[in-house]
Each structure stands twice: as structure tokens, then as C-alpha cells.
Design a protein around this ligand. Sequence first.
Ligand SMILES: [Zn+2]
Length: 349
Amino acid sequence: MVPDSVYGAIMRSLGVLSWFHRHRHGLVLCFHSVTASDSEAVNFGRMAIRGEFLERMIVDLRRRGIALVSLSEALKLATASPQPFIALTFDDGYRDNYEIAYPILKKFDVPFTIFVTTGLIDRTLPMWWHVLEDVIDRNVFIEYEGVTLASSTKRAKAVAYRLISEYFRHLDQRNVISATDALIAKNDSRLTRADAFDQALDWDMIREMAGSGLATFGGHTVSHPLLRQLDRASLVAEIGDCRHRLREAGGIKPAYFAYPFGQDKEVGALAPAVTEEAGFTAAFTTHARVLRSHDLQHPFRLPRVMLSRKAQNEWIVRAYHSGLPAMIRELWPRHEPSRTAPQLDQSDR
Ligand SMILES: [Zn+2]
């Protein structure tokens, strides 16, 4: 694993390099949680960005003449236009997207898309990773599934987070609530099961944002599974029921979908076809590269760059918008499962 500081330095250098050549690229960015502060506890998952960065990035992009557009506008511009653009998307459906990000996006009149995991909104799926982050932050030993893991140092906490989140990722959805309860019961926890549910948006917030004209809502499954593990019937349920709930509870007819996790090894071969059959018109991966006209020939495999906590820097956004990181990755492809190369390739939670 490359330390954040090295990763940041490499990416910022690419951003500086990109300054020297004009580029007219388009990019779809993927965010998750947007927080007011940058506490250590929310950093184990490395997914949260600060509202202050979101605001700074918007100002920087506007100053450089990069249009901030909706997803449908992005797909139009990608076909032929020389106008450089960026579309902002947020995955899963965090409550802070409404409380922290939405006021900023309204202030600057920036269109955005939220890809919703409907089980989080329906309170059938808890945001277990908030409990995990809190428990790891508070305890020097973590108990789960009869195993005790050290959690006394920063490094041990990072390892514990990775191991236990991997365990949760592979759980059957029906067992996630009881596993969250067990994590709370066996360890010192500030959060309850109710807190884990309340970290998500509710349908009122979704309807209000949809009514603003700035927000587009897309699908992100019912329970955020690893799609590659599912058979066709389960894929139809996860993708089709998500679309159905957005229509029924949100009054939204979603056109776009984002695959959970988003890398090929997580999406699998069947999910894009099922997504198309469910009635979506395009779907996004987390292939970290710019959006070009030829990508539109494969509308269910569109690229999207995930920005995590360590990437919240304007120069890193500039680097991705220049297309340089993807070019370098193509020159020096990463050999799976090595994680020693700079992590220019990313995966959603
Ligand atoms: Zn997600």
C-alpha cells in the first residue's frame, strides 16, 4: 500500500504536468460521504471528503472554464463537443449528501447525481461501516465472529477495518443487521443500530432534492452486493427492485445506474445486461479514466473516477481530468493482486 502522502505527491505532480497541455476532456467523478470535519474515525473507510473541499473544487473548476454538468448533459457533450466538463455523482445515499453537500451545490447551482442503494433509504440495510469505524476508533481490541483483533495502533486499526469490512461485504444481506448488532454488543460502541440506519438519506430528502431541478437520482441496487456473486434471478431482484422502489417511493424514473464497487472483478459479466433489461439507459463502473465519445458504444460500462479522502485536492482532480493517470496505468498495468503500485485504480465501498 502506497502511503497517502506518496500517492498525493504523485497525483499532484500529474496535475501540475497537465497544466502544460490543453485538454478538452470530460470526466464523471464519484464521491460518497461529505462531512463537515475530517475526524480520524471516519477515515478508516477512506471514503469521506470534506464539504470545504467540494466547495474549493467547484470554484477551481469554474475558474478554469470546466463546465459542471448533469449526467445527461455529460453524455451529450462526450459525443462531439470541445467543451471540457465534469459531472459530479455521489454513491449509496448518505444523509450528509443532503445536509452538507446539497447546500453547497445549491449555492453554486451545480447539477449532481446520487446513485441510491434503496435498502439504506428503506432502512432494511444499516450503514454498518459507520458502526465499524466508531468501534475501531474506541477499542484497542475488536471482537467479531469469535475472533479478537488488535486495534491499538493506527496501523492495526487500518488492518482491522479492512478485514472486518471484507467480512461484511461478503455477508448475505439477511445477516447484516444481526452482524451489526453483534459488533455493537461485543465491543464498546457509541452508536446504536438506529444510528447506523440514520446515516442514510430518507425519501423526503430525496423527493425534495429531485424537485430542486439540480439533482438526478440513479440506481445502485437494493443491498449493495458484489454483483459478480449473484445468479440472474438475484441480479434481477437487486437491480429491478431498486428501480421499482425509486419510482414507487421517490417518484423518480431513473435512467442511470452505478455498479456497487464498480471494478470488473466485482461487477461480473451478467450485470450490465440485466441493468439494460431493467430499463436503465446507461451504467457506470469505477474504471478511473476520462469519458470519451467511443465509451458511448458501451453505455453499460462507462468510466467514472472515484475520489476518496486522500484524493481531495484540486491538483488531483486536474490530473484525472487531464487523462494522465489512466495513460500511465495503461503503460504500467497493475498485476493483480499486488497493491504495491500507486492506487490509480479504485473501487467503490
Ligand atoms: Zn456504493
